[in-house]
Design a protein around this ligand. Sequence first.
Ligand SMILES: [Zn+2]
Length: 383
Amino acid sequence: MQRLHLQGGFGEKGRTSVLIDDGESRVMLDAGIKVGAAPKDYHPQLACAASEIDALFITHAHEDHIGALCWLIGQGFTGPVFMTPTTRAEMNATLDQYAHVSDLARFPSSNAMIELFLPGDTLSFAKQKIKTGHTGHVAGGVWFSVESGGKRTLYCGDVVPESAVFPMTAMPECDMMLLDCSYGDDAIPASERAKQIVEWVLARPEGAVLPTPLSGRSLELLAILPGPLAIADVMYEPLKAQIADPSLLRPGAAERITARLDTAHRWHPGSPLPACPLLVHDGMGSAGPATLALEMAEQKGHPVLLSGHLPEGSPAHRMREQGRADWFRLPTHPTLPQNKLLWENSGRPRLLGHSSEAKLLNAMQQALPALVTTAVTGDSIEI
Ligand SMILES: [Zn+2]
């Protein structure tokens, strides 16, 4: 038997976290924060005292999966933290921007006992066995399949089955699947989305600001955008680091993206906005050079194209609401047909959706009849 505690990201997007208790040990998968949330909902809702959690496994370094690490240490967590070398390399940039300043100062990530592994490795903790694989979402991102108590729970984290840049490993059969439902019933394939973005960019020769997360989507944009291109100067080294290991990318992607990166104009915050597409992180205008670039674009009426999740309260969300920015999704999560295939390939298991509100989950249920749409953060489920 396994007991699953939904600690964040269920019935909501953000602060993704699950605790799996096999009766002997408790392993926690991800420790995210929720951008724009009220203080009480910013961090995961822990099912037990942090000191009683035995180990933490991190899927990738986006803020909604790792942003609560310092906070968790501050709450008394002292166990090992398992992550890939790429996630570790990106971790501090995320924590610097999304951890509370006091947590960051008093409980830095250097206090964490970090254990490194590679995508594809099988890990074990106490009697729980954890399989891992590439997700297609970011370099070095992983899914986790936890086998313990005679049951198997597959936590997808964030996955992209058909990324142009990142590979995804097939996932094993399981009894319970926690699926990435960020996009609800969206069925438009990535190729069509990419075409919309390229056409939008080509129609704006005066240039445009494109906010994007530092990892994952930035590389996808570099792979599809035509013509001259600019990036915020501080993005260059982190983006190079993401393509340093070609085994974390699809064949040929590293060469293609290197050529784009090395010829890109480097924009220094404060200098005029360039007359070409400018990539700036983060994707929401909440942190990084995107904050200033969006302010400048707004003052000048310069075009802005958003392409990801826009939490309420973020500058990007406000600009879109006010008609000052356009939005085309560049998929970095599964479409409904892709999720259906993932579920079928895992043996049509019991199913919960993470990173999605109930309304979107309800829209998916016809295609995914096993999907429980009422589970919310704070619930516990026995399997
Ligand atoms: Zn992510």
